[in-house]
Write a protein that binds this ligand. Structure first.
Ligand code: GLU
Length: 458
């Protein structure tokens, strides 16, 4: 028997592009919510739009989620389940709750404008519902095909006199919500070409898959009113709902999967660490401090759906950069080691600890690997510095070097040459690393070692 205490959630992207950070936010909220309570996570691909959905995008979504650490417990796609939608549509038709309409998009638009011009809400007037079978046959003889609308339960006896009909739910993220079913048009469930729009399949799937919580973007709030009515019309128990705020880009525009903006794939390619991205995607636009978590478990501990703000949150790539650096600067050697080994750049814990504060990307480690190996172009020292470097070479501490070799060496040099501060340290750093900035020399010098150090000073 199903364990009622354990949530079942689903993430339901349409495979019409690669996931962006806004989609990731939805996936994460579902994942963190379910996993925090030992529940399960379904990946459902909403591929009813057959023209724009592709297998390659579906595959990309699975890969993007896996990179973040989200591995669904089950997955399915809507194109596999058309028979179930047909059965639900037949049930609704039989109950008189799904009716044919023959207006062209143009006619619908003209009527909408006319109503708006009269200051009336542009709600569909259920013209299709009034038509007799003869009228419908005549329209079909003209070559028109029907699209099908769900008759919203927003009236007592007469569907042509809707009255305020409130649907309430206690939203996991926004608290008490109310939608008035009389304020919206009967939604189209089936297009003229017989394909399904998202509204009905989603309800059928959620019901068949035992989904307990639907967590999705705030752009679906109105849908929720209609979908709760649909669950009931199909004799199913509606799940609980949670609607999170949406993300915009830095200029305040919405994100779109189709444009590839801020896609996980491009961020990954650009060297962003998955946990930097996941932490930001989950915590931005909440009442909580944006902290970088090093594991999904840690993020699950922090995540609180009731803290998600209502207003849109602005995603700033600079914040992601900063979090990425923070994550790398704190990354323990044990975590970095397999990646260093894979690159042939593992020089032990002391090396990692010395270079990590200088990394903006993990791959930047290659720079310091080269420095260590001596594969760099030395910076030309001016004449005065050359003399200083010769003195420095002569005064290199005897082997074996003590732990504080840098300190001992530079103190002695200071005394001998009267140089101090930048004039003392910079020529040494430049000669030994070929750079003006970099790891703490106290940590890095012992890694270079006496022999290479002497050579670099000659
Ligand atoms: N395919 C829909 C979307 O991407 C799913 C919405 C839902 O979660 O119900 O917006």
């Amino acid at each position: 028997m199903k364990d009622l205490a354990k949530p079942i959630v689903r993430f339901a992207p349409s495979p019409t592009g690669r996931l962006h950070i806004g989609n990731l936010r939805t996936a994460l909220y579902n994942w963190l919510f379910a996993k925090g309570q030992g529940g399960s996570f379904i990946l459902r691909l909403d591929d009813t739009d057959t023209e724009r959905s592709t297998d390659a995008f579906a595959q990309g979504i699975v890969e993007d989620l896996a990179w973040i650490g989200i591995v669904p417990d089950a997955s399915d796609k809507q194109s596999n389940r058309v028979a179930q939608y047909d059965a639900a549509a037949a049930k609704l038709k039989e109950a008189g709750l799904l009716y044919p309409c023959y207006e062209t998009p143009d006619e619908i638009e003209r009527r909408r404008k006319r109503l708006m011009a009269r200051g009336l809400p542009p709600i569909y007037e259920r013209t299709g519902l009034k038509q007799t079978n003869e009228e419908r046959a005549a329209l079909e003889a003209e070559g028109r095909t029907a699209h099908w609308r769900f008759l919203l339960p927003n009236f007592t006896d007469d569907p042509f006199s809707p009255t305020r009909t409130e649907v309430h739910w206690d939203d996991a993220m926004r608290g008490e919500q109310t939608v008035d079913l009389a304020s919206m048009s009967d939604p189209v469930l089936i297009r003229g070409d017989g394909t399904y729009l998202y509204t009905l399949p989603s309800v059928v799937d959620d019901s068949d898959m035992g989904v307990t919580h639907v967590i999705r973007g705030g752009d679906h709030i109105t849908n929720t009113g209609a979908q709760i009515a649909l669950f009931k019309a199909l004799g199913a128990q509606p799940p609980a709902f949670g609607h999170h705020n949406l993300l915009t880009d830095a200029s305040g525009d919405g994100l779109s999967k189709r444009t590839g903006a801020l896609s996980l794939a491009s961020l990954r390619e650009g060297g962003i660490e998955p946990m930097a991205l996941a932490s930001l995607a989950a915590l931005i636009g909440t009442g909580q401090a944006v902290e970088v978590c090093s594991s999904m478990d840690e993020l699950a501990q922090l995540f609180d759906p009731t803290k998600v703000s209502r207003s849109p949150a602005r995603f700033d790539e600079r914040e992601l950069e900063a979090m990425n650096e923070k994550l790398l600067h704190a990354m323990p050697y044990a975590e970095a080691q397999p990646r260093l080994t894979a690159k042939g750049m593992d020089h032990g814990e002391a090396f990692w600890n010395a270079v990590r504060p200088n990394l903006a990307r993990f791959d930047d480690v290659a720079q310091w690997h080269s420095v260590l190996e001596g594969n760099f172009v030395p910076l030309v020292a001016d004449v005065e510095d050359e003399e200083f470097l010769a003195v420095a070479r002569d005064m290199l501490p005897a082997e074996p070097w003590p732990d504080d070799v840098w300190k001992q060496w530079t103190s002695a040099l200071k005394e001998k040459t009267s140089r101090k501060g930048k004039a003392l340290f910079m020529p040494l750093r430049k000669a030994l690393t070929g750079k003006e900035h970099g790891p703490d020399m106290g940590e890095f010098l012992p890694l270079i070692g006496p022999e290479k150090t002497a050579r670099r000073l000659s």
